[in-house]
Unconditional design. Structure first.
Length: 309
C-alpha cells in the first residue's frame, strides 16, 4: 500500500511531477494527471505570461541536468482556470506553483486564488535561480519572514513553499525558525535546483545553455545528497509540518531514501523530463518491490526512520 493522506488530501501514491517539468500547458498537465502519478503540480507562474530565457536553456548530462528556463509560463489565469475545471473528485490532488517576480505579484495571485476558493494548494516558490539580476528569496531570511507575513495575511488557507537548498546547519536552523512562525505554512518542498552550476562541453570547449553565460540550476543525480540533507534537517526542525522531497529521484531506491529521510511525498523532475510519464509507474514498481523485500507494508513503516551511527 503506497497511499498517503496528508493535509486532508488522499493520494494513491507519493509521486508527482516537480514543478517545471511536464506542467506548462494543459496538454502536459493532463499527461501527468492521466499517468500513474499521485498528484499534479503546475509550472511556476507569474501574473502575465512569459516566454522565458533564450534557447538552449535545458541540457541533460549523464549525472543530471542544468537549466535556465527563465520562468516561461502561460500566466496565472491559465493555471487558475485549469484548477477551476480540475476533476478533484478523481482523487489526484492539484498543487499550483506561484513565482511572482516581486512580493506584490505573489500577493496579487494569492488574493485571487483565495477568492476562487478552489481545493488546490499553493506552493509558493521562494527559490527560482534563473532570473538574471534577481537573487533567490530563500537565501534572505529576513526578506522571507516579511514575505511570509504578508502571504499568510492575504491567503488564509494552508499553503507551502519551495525552498532552495541550504548548505549549513546554521542556515537550516535560521530558516526553520522563520518557517515555524507561520502555522498555515503546512509544507516545504526541498529542494529546488542547486542554483548557478556550470556544465562544460569539452569537445566544443563551451557552455551548454545560452542564458547567464552557461550558469543554471542543477537537477538529477548531482543534487541527491544535498536534497536528502535538506529533507532530513527540515523534517527534524519543522515538527507538525510536511516535507515534500525533490531532487535526484531516478528509481524506487531514491524515492525510498527521501521518505526514509522524512519526506511525506516526493516529486520527480529531471528523470520525468528525460523518461516521460512512464517514469511514475516504473519508480512505483521499484518502490513496491523494495518495500516487499524489506517487509514494509506501508510508507509509515519507514518514513523518517533514518538511522544514525
Ligand atoms: C525556473 C526555474 C526554477 O528552478 C524555478 O524554481 C522556477 C522557474 C525557470 O527557470 O523557469
Amino acid at each position: 500500500d503506497l497511499s498517503v493522506s496528508w493535509l486532508g488530501l488522499a493520494m494513491a501514491n507519493p509521486l508527482y511531477n516537480a514543478s517545471g517539468v511536464m506542467c506548462r500547458s494543459v496538454a502536459e498537465l493532463e499527461q501527468v494527471r492521466t499517468s500513474a502519478a499521485g498528484a499534479v503540480i503546475t509550472k511556476s507562474c507569474t501574473p502575465q505570461p512569459r516566454v522565458g530565457n533564450p534557447e538552449p536553456r535545458y541540457c541533460a548530462t549523464p549525472l543530471g541536468s542544468i537549466n535556465s528556463m527563465g520562468l516561461p509560463n502561460a500566466g496565472y489565469h491559465y493555471y487558475r482556470d485549469y484548477a477551476r475545471s480540475y476533476p478533484y473528485a478523481a482523487g489526484k490532488p492539484l498543487f499550483l506553483s506561484l513565482s511572482g517576480m516581486t512580493l506584490d505579484e505573489n500577493l496579487d495571485m494569492l488574493r485571487d486564488l483565495a477568492a476562487a476558493e478552489l481545493p488546490c494548494l499553493p506552493e509558493v516558490n521562494l527559490s527560482c535561480p534563473n532570473l538574471p539580476g534577481k537573487p533567490q528569496l530563500g537565501y534572505d531570511f529576513q526578506a522571507c519572514r516579511e514575505a511570509l507575513t504578508q502571504i499568510a495575511r492575504v491567503y488564509p488557507g494552508d499553503f507551502g513553499v519551495k525552498l532552495p537548498p541550504y548548505f549549513d546547519p546554521v542556515h537550516f536552523a535560521q530558516m526553520a525558525e522563520v518557517l515555524n512562525t507561520f502555522p498555515t505554512l503546512r509544507f516545504v518542498t526541498c529542494i529546488n535546483s542547486i542554483g548557478n552550476g556550470l556544465v562544460i562541453d569539452v569537445e566544443h570547449e563551451s557552455v551548454v545553455i545560452k542564458p547567464k553565460d552557461g550558469l543554471g540550476g542543477l537537477g538529477g543525480s548531482y543534487v541527491l545528497p544535498t536534497a536528502l540533507a535538506n529533507v532530513r534537517e527540515f523534517y527534524r526542525l519543522l515538527p507538525g509540518k510536511h516535507v515534500v522531497g525533490c531532487g535526484g529521484i531516478n528509481s524506487g531506491r531514491e524515492a525510498f531514501m527521501h521518505i526514509l529521510a522524512g519526506a511525506t511525498v516526493v516529486q520527480i523532475g529531471t528523470c520525468l523530463y528525460e523518461e516521460g510519464e512512464g517514469a511514475f509507474a516504473r519508480i512505483l514498481d521499484e518502490l513496491r518491490q523494495l518495500m516487499a523485500q524489506k517487509g514494509y507494508q506501508c510508507l509509515d513503516d519507514f518514513r523518517g526512520k533514518l538511522k544514525t551511527l
